[in-house]
Design a protein around this ligand. Structure first.
Ligand SMILES: [Zn+2]
Length: 180
């Protein structure tokens, strides 16, 4: 039985969901991936728990992938950050497959403890191919969450309208009240 997921934002593509294992509560940094129990929660949230073990090696490599993705999201196109994500991708291979269901692809790992981190890095490639400008950080200055904007007009600014959107509205209102 896995513990419940304590994070404020879930359900983003797995690359950004990995970044969203860190978040702020009243300015205090929280981190789901401080131990293998938290890793188990994250694996389950992304349907990876059946394929990969929640152990110390997987945790270490998943954190390496998170750091690399975080560096690249903060500085898209940065050569060093690009090389770090590329290095994570080097730990997996895509094998073309044919089954009775039709053609497919299967990920293969020399070291399966890289599987979850590689899966997140691979997902980031999909986002880059789809719409790199829709990979966003929440616009609230105190928030460190990320999302992929799937709104029709591409105008999503907040991880959550209910939390950060309203906080921003409230502080704008407060600023206006103070000025007048
Ligand atoms: Zn936010």
């Amino acid at each position: 039985m896995t513990a419940t997921d304590p994070r404020p934002l879930t359900g983003e593509p797995v690359s950004l969901d990995l970044l969203n294992t860190r978040w702020n509560v009243e300015g205090v940094r929280q981190d789901l991936l401080t131990d293998v129990d938290g890793l188990a929660v994250w694996l389950t949230a992304n349907d990876l728990e059946g394929r990969f073990a929640a152990d110390a090696g997987t945790l270490r490599h998943t954190l390496t992938a998170r750091d690399a993705l975080r560096a690249l999201v903060d500085a898209p196109g940065d050569p060093a950050a690009t090389a770090r994500v590329d290095a994570v991708l080097g730990h997996g291979r895509i094998r073309a497959t044919l089954t009775t269901e039709g053609p497919g692809e299967e990920a293969e790992f020399a070291d399966p403890s890289w599987g979850p981190g590689w899966t997140a890095a691979r997902d980031y490639l999909d986002l880059l191919r789809t719409a790199p400008d829709r990979i966003r950080a929440c616009a609230h200055e105190a928030c460190i969450l990320h999302f992929f904007d799937t709104s029709r007009n591409g105008t999503r600014r907040w991880c959550s309208m209910a939390v950060c959107g309203n906080r921003a509205k409230a502080s704008r209102h407060y600023a206006r009240t103070k000025e007048s």
